[in-house]
Design a protein. Structure first.
Length: 510
């Protein structure tokens, strides 16, 4: 087998990431050596590979579905929004500058096509199959000329395309038909068919519509995936998280102790790597919610300030909303606060930023004895250390360099030398993302939080975040295996789009 497939979507958030992961896990369970690929990703949730490259967390999750180590080849272009008008461009894992949307789509994007195709070709030369994920919709007719992630990559690499539609939103038949009908004849030749996602109810009631869709387009539906809770792992964009929702739609296990532990996450602007709190939400008896008002901190046992692509903007937001004052008061009272990456930086005394916001000298909240200076070079590492007597692993993605002038070290090496972070009382700060995925450390940290909060909360002794992630990935593989036409998918991946697919007018506008 030396095949490939592009999983496109009728819209953003149609389920491309999880369907790609599910197909990858299904294939690897068949003995196929498979890799994920996304030519261009726009996300504030990113990950650091072992070689020190920054890629989207969705591709890192898909690599785990493939049971392979993630590399920069799997996501050669990553765009990290810095506001409404510009994004940091990360190429092959390293930042290469800031560009406006007009500047990127006006020429830079198309010049990256050669790099993207080279990465895909290298993966296809190494693996039996490469499952590619598109972005947004392939029918973005205003952007088709410079597209390198949807039909642009499919055309150049001759990849068959499977279009995923979220039926839970409604209008899926119109979305499927319209997606194909707005593509050029050359693009339509590669669109093999459809996959319905998040279906609720009796599938026999859907079948007449699928038959009519086939009659209208000449294309088959390759499966109808039922709606399942708790599968939204590692979404691309934290900006879309509901401020009133929980982190995940998962079954809530009862607490081991007498109390639950309430965690409030400040939903700061340009929130990045909000997946850091997933490990907390996975603990039985830990209730995680996003907040944006100071009164919502009152009953929280722990407040988390997550990472952000705009540290100075986050500080302004916290002050504008009265959250800054509430956080300072909370820290003074000895009530637990955890700052991660940008959240760590805002807790410090002083920030000097001529790189990210170019705001110059800005006072922090003054809760931790830390001074931060933004460097032009980004720190991208996978550190290992100890904290609270437990082994900890994490990853760092930041321009801010912290000078700690007091307090206690948070993370240390095995000889007790400080590696990162700071602690004063029950306020902690660190640049390490992902540290809470280390089970022993997470349990020790939650015990300290519970004691400081006066809660009779007991961490479950056997929660394994890695095992829970594997279970989720297996559930995705099960969805594909049980509800998709896997024989047809196999032929599609191995042999490409069927020949003679009809053209659906009007096609792409001239």
């Amino acid at each position: 087998m030396n095949g490939g497939l592009l999983v496109a979507g009728t819209t953003s958030d149609a389920g491309k990431s999880v369907v790609t992961a599910g197909i990858c896990r299904w294939l690897v369970r068949q003995g196929v050596k498979v890799a994920p690929f996304k030519a261009q990703n726009m996300s504030l949730n990113s990950f650091v590979t072992r070689e020190g490259a920054e890629i989207g967390r969705a591709q890192a999750m898909q690599a785990q579905a493939c049971r392979v180590e993630p590399t920069a080849l799997m996501n050669p272009v990553l765009l990290k929004p810095g506001g409404e008008q510009s994004s940091q461009v990360v190429l092959l894992g390293k930042p290469v500058g800031e560009l406006s949307a007009r500047g990127y789509h006006g020429g830079r994007q198309q010049r990256l096509l050669g790099t993207v195709l080279d990465c895909l070709a290298e993966l296809r030369g190494t693996y039996d199959a490469v499952i590619c994920e598109g972005a947004g919709s392939p029918a973005e007719i205003n952007l088709r000329r410079t597209d390198i992630v949807n039909m642009g990559i499919a055309r150049n690499a001759r990849l068959p395309v499977l279009v995923v539609g979220d039926i839970d939103r409604g209008g899926v038949f119109a979305s499927f038909f319209g997606t194909v009908a707005l593509l050029s004849p050359e693009d339509q030749e590669l669109v093999a068919g459809f996959l319905v996602n998040k279906f609720r109810g009796d599938v026999t009631l859907l079948e007449p519509g699928l038959d009519m869709l086939h009659g209208l387009t000449g294309r088959h539906t390759y499966g109808v995936l039922p709606f399942r809770h708790g599968l939204g792992i590692d979404e691309e964009d934290g900006l879309r998280v509901s401020l009133r929702g929980t982190v995940r739609e998962s079954t809530v296990a009862p607490p081991v102790g007498e109390d639950v532990l309430r965690v409030a996450v400040c939903a700061i602007p340009l929130m990045s790597n909000f997946t850091d709190v997933d490990a907390l939400a996975a603990e039985p008896g830990v209730v995680v919610r996003f907040v944006d008002r100071p009164e919502e901190l009152a009953d929280a046992d722990l407040v988390v300030i997550p990472g952000t692509r705009g540290t100075v903007r986050a500080l302004e937001w916290l002050r504008e909303r009265g959250l800054a004052e509430a956080l300072v008061r909370r820290a003074a009272e000895g009530r637990p606060v955890l700052g991660i990456c940008g959240g760590f930086q805002v807790l410090g005394e002083h920030i000097e930023d001529e790189v990210e916001s170019r705001a110059g000298a800005v006072p922090g909240l003054g809760v931790l004895p830390v001074r931060v200076r933004f460097a032009r070079e980004k720190t991208l590492t996978r550190p290992v250390g100890e904290a609270l007597g437990e082994h900890v692993e994490g990853y760092e993605i930041h321009h801010g360099v912290a000078e700690v002038t007091g307090g206690e070290a948070f993370f240390s090496d095995d000889e007790g030398h400080s590696l990162d972070g700071c602690r004063v009382g029950h306020t902690w700060g660190t640049h390490w993302h992902g540290s809470l995925e280390s089970d022993g450390f997470r349990r020790a940290f939650l015990r300290e939080v519970a004691a400081a909060a006066g809660r009779r909360f007991v961490p479950a002794p056997d929660t394994s975040f890695a095992a829970l992630r594997e279970e989720q990935l297996d559930r995705l593989g099960d969805l594909i295996e049980q509800h998709a036409d896997t024989d047809a998918l196999w032929r599609l991946i191995e042999s490409g789009a069927p020949q003679g697919l009809p053209f659906i007018p009007p096609g792409a506008p001239v």
